[in-house]
Design a protein around this ligand. Structure first.
Ligand SMILES: [Zn+2]
Length: 163
């Protein structure tokens, strides 16, 4: 994962964390020999996203737009990041309602990503979606950070634009 992608994602989580509200962002990329490389980051904007203190919700239409963008870019969701008010762990809601797919990583960033230390990988909880569709906890060692550019997108129910 490019550090530039990480900066984009953490910037979004922190920005909404100051409200304070949860936020969510997606990293898209391509897989080769079982290793996924992140190429793009998708941040959510209205309409289609509802943010609050202890919740974040994306509409079905928003998710449809995300699928369309993936098809256009010929990329797939590699990882999804969202923030929590408190601790870094998947809630029952996360287990059920986050995007499921083989090997998709789900990262929970604690304390609304407001403190710099929370935006560092050591503070996160990282889960991997297995082929059975269940998220299992893994370690941040599943992610390697590289220096590479990232294409940023802002996506809503109405479409997307480069951020
Ligand atoms: Zn959550």
């Amino acid at each position: 994962m490019p550090r530039s992608a990480l900066d984009l994602v953490m910037g979004d989580l922190e920005r909404f964390g100051r409200i304070p509200a949860e936020s969510i962002a997606f990293a898209l990329g391509r897989s080769h020999d079982g290793v996924a490389s992140v190429k793009s980051v998708v941040l959510a904007e209205e309409p289609g996203v509802t943010r609050g203190f202890g919740h974040i919700r994306l509409s079905e239409r928003w998710m449809l737009r995300l699928t369309e963008l993936c098809e256009l870019l010929e990329q797939a969701v590699v990882a999804q990041f969202h923030s929590h008010p408190d601790g870094a762990r998947h809630s029952d809601t996360d287990d059920h309602h986050l995007l499921h797919g083989p090997d998709i990583l789900s990262v929970v960033v604690p304390s609304f990503a407001r403190a710099p230390a929370m935006r560092e990988p050591d503070a996160w909880a990282v889960y991997r979606c297995g082929t059975g569709g269940y998220f299992r906890k893994t370690t941040v060692d599943a992610v390697t950070f590289v220096d590479a550019p990232t294409e940023p997108f802002l996506l809503s129910e109405n479409g997307w634009r480069r951020a």
